[in-house]
Write a protein that binds this ligand. Structure first.
Ligand SMILES: Cc1ncc(COP(=O)(O)O)c(C=O)c1O
Length: 384
């Protein structure tokens, strides 16, 4: 098996990526650009995470924002996940419609106006948890739910180092006590160690921060008279390392498909990425040693972490997509690289798969290099 190495200029990271194989015959049938998911790799990722959490005695509640697919969510729950995490009320609505109705909306909600109505409606047909990180937010959740507030559980978010949402661990107790006073059922604390994405060396420390922060926050709740039954950590780079101690639940999302970033971080193996883009070479400039594919920012996004070069890698050509416009990706062929033929279908591995999925209506499902099914991206566009 050949592992293609994409050297990243100006970086110490040598990034091997081995995308799933797609036969030439299959490539000829694909209407490009297409999002292709290798079923066996995806199912292996689902099983690996489920088994690891089961061994550690930690509940798994995968974040469904990566796949936005009822079929994939069902497979995760079928493999042992206790429910799903979602990022928006819109995602909660879609998954509840699909019968996946144990859901955690994992951000500090401040529901008002139509959002309050929608939250209340989904709370009536799903087992729902929501996040808060302020007393103001707790009031908004309580007001939105009105007489239905007893139907929803609440978790207080803490910032363990990611510097996004969440209170300091020591402030979790007072927020929890205020929410309880408003009649909300506070069941625990959660955090997202997003700083594990800073580079391959950041993962272990971020996992440690998640465990320490959550342990302190759980103590803060107890001191405020609220017993935390759920202590929830979650990100793909930290999931294996933070599933210990006070942590009772993990919420990784990206692991289900993986991407170029997760390989570079060392969170997944080089041959684990399950979701790739099939794109067609539409222009070749032999003199300039440049070619263009029909996948640009509206397929690959413009997401480029500091430790990766380019917008995606094309391992079979040892190349990266150097520049993107809306519908086109430009590849400057480096020394030793070969130019493809016009019309050739290539396979690109996106840097960050989650926003890529949201740009497609369907997944082409592949097994052994052939397309065997098509699934909808059910929660596509449900960003609020
Ligand atoms: C609150 C929360 N939980 C879990 C996750 C899943 O993390 P990852 O995408 O690293 O799998 C995210 C990702 O953004 C998140 O924001």
């Amino acid at each position: 098996m050949t592992v293609h190495r994409t050297a990243v200029p100006g970086s110490a990271i040598s990034e091997p990526v081995l995308p799933p194989a797609l036969s030439e015959a299959t490539r000829a049938t694909i209407d490009t650009p297409a999002l292709v998911v290798d079923l066996d790799r995806m199912d292996a990722a689902i099983a690996r995470m489920a088994d690891a959490m089961s061994e550690r005695g930690v509940a798994l509640r995968p974040h469904a924002k990566t796949h936005k697919s009822i079929e994939v969510g069902r497979r995760q729950v079928g493999a042992g996940a206790v429910g799903l995490t979602v990022g928006t009320v819109g995602e909660a609505e879609v998954f509840a419609d699909g019968g996946l109705d144990d859901l955690f909306i994992a951000y500090p909600m401040v529901p008002a106006g139509p959002k309050a109505e929608r939250l209340r409606e989904v709370a009536r047909r799903a087992r729902l948890r929501v996040g808060i990180d302020s007393v103001v937010g707790a009031h908004a959740v309580a007001d939105a739910l009105g007489d239905d507030r007893g139907r929803v559980s609440v978790l207080v978010e803490i910032d363990c180092g990611g510097r996004r949402t969440g209170v300091a661990p020591s402030d979790a107790g007072p927020v929890a006590a205020a929410a309880t006073h408003l009649g909300l059922d506070v069941i625990g604390v959660f955090t997202h160690g997003g700083h594990g994405y800073q580079g391959p060396d950041a993962r272990a420390a971020a996992a440690e921060d998640e465990v320490r922060g959550l342990t302190d926050a759980a103590g803060s709740l107890r001191a405020a008279g609220v017993e935390p039954s759920v202590v929830s950590a979650g990100s793909t780079p930290t999931a294996f390392d933070s599933a210990r101690g006070a942590v009772t639940e993990e919420r990784p999302g990206t692991y289900v498909f993986g991407d170029r970033q997760q390989v570079a971080l060392g969170s997944i193996a080089p041959d684990a990425p399950a979701a790739v883009i099939a794109a067609r070479v539409v222009s070749v400039n032999t003199a300039a040693r440049r070619f263009v594919i029909d996948a640009g920012a509206k397929t690959l996004t413009k997401d480029v972490p500091a430790y990766l070069a380019g917008h995606a890698s094309i391992p079979e050509l040892g190349a990266v997509v150097d520049r993107v416009s809306d519908y086109h990706g430009v590849v400057e062929v480096k020394d030793g690289g070969s130019l493809p033929e016009i019309g050739q279908v290539i396979v690109a591995v996106p840097n960050h798969i989650c926003p890529v999925v949201d740009l497609f209506a369907t997944f082409l499902v592949a097994r052994d290099g052939a397309i065997v099914d098509t699934w909808r991206v059910d929660a596509r566009g449900r960003s609020g």
